[in-house]
Design a protein around this ligand. Structure first.
Ligand code: G1P
Length: 221
């Protein structure tokens, strides 16, 4: 973005210039999914771009917080397993029907599960566990072979979870239990809560935000 950098330089906006300069080494490519046929279909769109390598899927409405970023945790697991590994987290039992859920097998290391089955949005009564998939996946490229032949599942959409379940029948797929913080910005109140929680920790705005919330508290009964 040379024009933007030039413009910021001319205006003496050095703090913004610094921010822009930090991002110049990032290339962003996108592929459009023309019809909303499901998460599995969306991931399949990236097949040619990904090629024959392991890759990461990150769902944008799940925001994670931990000392070691969750995607890095998955990459560390991959260095040991050389297999698809996805993140799961314990959720309240009555909410399991909002998620992909695993039927966990043995733990080969603490927090690293073999998986007997992956089920997308099970009924609360039938869910195999409370360990839910939370939107971070490290996948081997063989997932694309599964996705190409995947029939629609829950919600009549092509589900990534169903393709992962089939992948698990031909090569091992592991689940890594995440113990950090998770924020869901996929619904309005979740979006608000996340903004406030992150704002309260941000050096630039935390004092103003605290003062604002205190002031607001006096008005709300
Ligand atoms: C998707 C996945 C689901 C996963 C969830 C995590 O569901 O299909 O397996 O548990 O993301 O946020 P969605 O939230 O798109 O309904």
């Amino acid at each position: 973005m040379p024009e933007l950098e030039q413009n910021l330089k001319e205006k003496g906006k050095n703090d913004l210039l610094q921010l822009v300069e930090q991002t110049t080494d990032i290339n962003i490519y996108f592929i459009r999914q023309s019809h909303p046929r499901g998460l599995g279909d969306a991931v399949l769109m990236a097949k040619d771009f990904v090629g024959n390598e392991p890759f990461v899927v990150m769902l944008g409405d799940d925001i994670m917080q931990d000392k070691i970023p969750l995607t890095q945790q998955l990459m560390q697991r991959y260095d040991q397993t050389h297999a698809s590994t996805l993140a799961v987290m314990k959720v309240p039992h009555e909410e399991v029907n909002k998620y992909g859920v695993i039927d966990p097998g043995a733990q080969s290391q603490p927090g690293l599960y073999d998986v007997k089955q992956f089920v997308e949005k099970p009924d609360v009564e039938k869910a195999p566990s409370d360990l839910a998939i939370i939107g971070r996946y490290l996948l081997t490229p063989e997932i694309f072979d599964m996705l190409e032949t995947q029939n629609p599942g829950a919600g009549n959409e092509v589900q990534l979870t169903d393709a992962i379940d089939r992948l698990n029948q031909i090569q091992r797929v592991f689940a890594h239990e995440f113990k950090g913080g998770r924020f869901d910005v996929g619904y309005k109140f979740g979006y608000l809560k996340t903004s406030i929680e992150f704002g309260l920790k941000h050096p630039e705005v935390k004092d103003d935000l605290k003062a604002y919330i205190k002031e607001l508290g006096k008005k709300i009964k």
